[in-house]
Structures are given as C-alpha cells and as structure tokens.
Design a binder for this molecule. Structure first.
Ligand code: UDP
Ligand code: MN
Length: 329
C-alpha cells in the first residue's frame, strides 16, 4: 500500500515537472520572439515599414513642401463617390493643397459642399475650365478617342504659376519656397504613403515611381541602372514615347514650371503623349528622381470605375420621377 502511494507520488512529481518545464520553456521562447522582433524593427534595414515609418505613413502629420494635387473632374453619376474617396486621402496628408478643376462652365455646389464637409476649404481651390465641345467625348465614344483633362490641367497650371509668382513677390522677391505639382485624376487609387515619397522631391527635379494596373501591365515602372538612375521604362504600350509613363507616375518640383512657362498639355499631340508633352520641357529620364523604394513599391493604382447601369432610373424618369429627388448622390 505504502509502496503504491509512493509510486503514485512519483508519477505526480514527474507530471508536474513536465508541466513546469513546458511553462518555463514557453515563457523563454516568447521572450526570444519579442527580442527578435524588436531587433528587427530597430535594425537599419532599407524597408521603411520595418523602420517603424510604415504606420506613420498611414497617418502622416508632419509638414513638408506643399504638394499641389491637380484633379480634373466632370459631372457624372459616380463623381461624388470618386471625390469622396479622394478627399479622405487628402484629409490625411496635411501638406497637400487640392486644386480641383471642374470640366464645366461654372463651379458646382456638389464640389463646394464636398470641400466644406471635409474641412478642406483652406487648403483647396475650386476652379473650372470647360473642355471645348469638339474635344469632348460623346455618349458611346471609347475613352481613348480624345485626350481627357487637358483644359483642366492647363487651367490648374496657370493658377499655380500665378500663385507661386505672387508668393515670391510677397517675400520681397526672395527665394521661392519649395513646392511640388502632382496630377491626381479623380478615379485612381492613392496610398497616403505616396505623398511621403512625393514630399522627398528635390528642387529642380521630377520624381518618378511605379503605377499599378496600367498600360496593359500589372505595373508600369521606371527601370533603374546599377547606380539607381532612371535608364528607361518597362512600358508595353507605345514604348517609343519619350516618356512612356502614366500621369499618376510622376510629380514636378514647381520651380521647373516657373522656369519653363511653355510646359503644358496640348490637344495637338498623338494619343498617349500628354505626359511626354509636358515632361519634354522639364527633364530627361536620367535626371528624374526615383522614389518609392527605388521604384520597387506600388503606391498608386490606375483604377477605373465601372459606369453604373441606371436602366430603372431612366424608366422612372420617363414617368416624370427620379429616385434621388432633392438628394445629392
Ligand atoms: N475628365 C474630365 N472631363 C472629361 C473626361 C475626364 O475632366 O470629359 C477628367 C477625369 O475626371 C479624370 C481625368 O480627366 O480626373 C482623366 O480622365 P479619365 O480618368 O477618364 O482618363 P484615363 O484614366 O482613361 O486616362
Ligand atoms: Mn482614370
């Protein structure tokens, strides 16, 4: 009997020792994990996310050079949805000044309301410039038939150049404060991290980076040489263009725009040549400033929004009604 008790006691002790061992083992391996993690994030790795900047990039609150984000926009059923998406990105990036240019003969209350509701009145301007009728796309026209945004982007350039000249006069003609111009269409998808990159553009430089889902490729990007200089682009569509890249893939230090007043967009150029048209006055590929982790990160996507099918709405209209009576959609 006594022997049996001793035998059981032995089992209990062995069992408890195993539990104890497992418990301490799990504690120590957890600590290893934590220290590994912290040493990784303190390391001097090139990855911005690991350096702890990643999370900040989603909620940037630092000041940087003013980025004039130029957005041409036109009235259509999805306009408010597109601009809402965009305005929320802009709200998160304090050094963006939003230049909205409506393709219309006057500004609209839809855009005015949107700016007001987002608290963006003080860092935006609402302009208008109507595309001449002969250059305007009609109902079933494919969107590539005519250039889009030419009139509006040129109006924005005129406004920005004026403002910059005015600013430097106000300073008694002293050195121009550094700012950047970015053409930000209303239907693309932008990460706030992109604006951290744009803020790095130096005076006299045009910054470049990859754009996702454009030109028939998953990504269109600058190709760099071993020294990190832009050699060319990987574009598949019209690669013979002087600058075969998308409007969303570059931004310009504004001093270049003042030094080259002739640089603008044009109706006279072949399809796909708008980017080359403005850039040819400002830079050569080799002088461009590669951003977004040596052009390895995609921070903007050339998304396109499907036109909604509003057949039922049309039927309703025939009987003199609309579903959004008195509502802004
Ligand atoms: N746009 C415009 N008027 C138009 C068509 C387009 O102001 O008649 C604007 C549009 O809102 C966008 C930019 O021009 O900000 C580029 O147009 P879109 O996105 O249709 O062109 P894509 O993406 O095919 O280059
Ligand atoms: Mn688009």
């Amino acid at each position: 009997m006594n022997q049996e008790v001793r035998f059981r006691l032995k089992h209990v002790i062995i069992f408890l020792s195993i539990i104890g061992f497992l418990f301490f083992y799990s504690l120590s391996s957890n600590r290893d994990c934590e220290s590994e993690q912290s040493s990784r994030s303190n390391g001097d790795g090139a990855d911005a996310w690991e350096a702890g900047q990643g999370r900040d990039a989603f909620l940037p609150n630092r000041r940087g050079p003013t980025i004039y984000a130029v957005t041409p926009t036109y009235s259509r059923p999805v306009q408010k949805a597109e601009l809402t998406r965009l305005s929320h990105v802009i709200r998160l990036v304090p050094n963006v000044f939003w230049v909205i240019v409506e393709d219309a003969s006057q500004t609209s209350s839809l855009v005015t309301n949107l700016l007001r509701r987002n608290g963006l009145q003080d860092r935006s301007v609402q302009l208008f410039a109507k595309t001449p009728t002969n250059f305007k796309l009609k109902g079933k026209d494919p969107n590539w038939l005519k250039p889009r945004g030419v009139e509006q982007r040129n109006e924005a350039l005129r406004w920005i150049r004026n403002r910059l000249k005015h600013d430097s006069l106000g300073d008694g003609g002293t050195e121009q404060s550094h700012s950047i111009v970015y053409f930000m269409d209303d239907d693309n998808t932008y990460s706030t991290e992109l604006f951290e990159e744009i803020s790095k553009i130096e005076r006299g430089k045009v910054g470049v980076w990859p754009v996702g889902l454009v030109g028939g490729l998953m990504v269109e990007k600058p190709v760099l040489n071993r020294d990190g200089l832009v050699l060319g682009f990987n574009s598949a569509w019209k690669p013979e263009r002087p600058f075969p890249l998308d409007m969303a893939g570059f931004a310009i230090s504004s001093d270049l725009l003042l030094e080259n007043p002739q640089a603008q967009f044009s109706y006279e150029v072949e399809r796909g040549y708008q980017e080359s048209e403005i850039l040819r006055h400002l830079t050569i590929a080799h002088d461009m400033q590669p951003l977004a982790n040596q052009c390895k990160d995609v921070l903007v996507w050339h998304t396109r929004t499907e036109t909604p099918k509003l057949d039922a709405e049309k039927t309703l209209q025939k009987s003199g009604k609309i579903s959004n009576d008195g509502m802004e959609v």
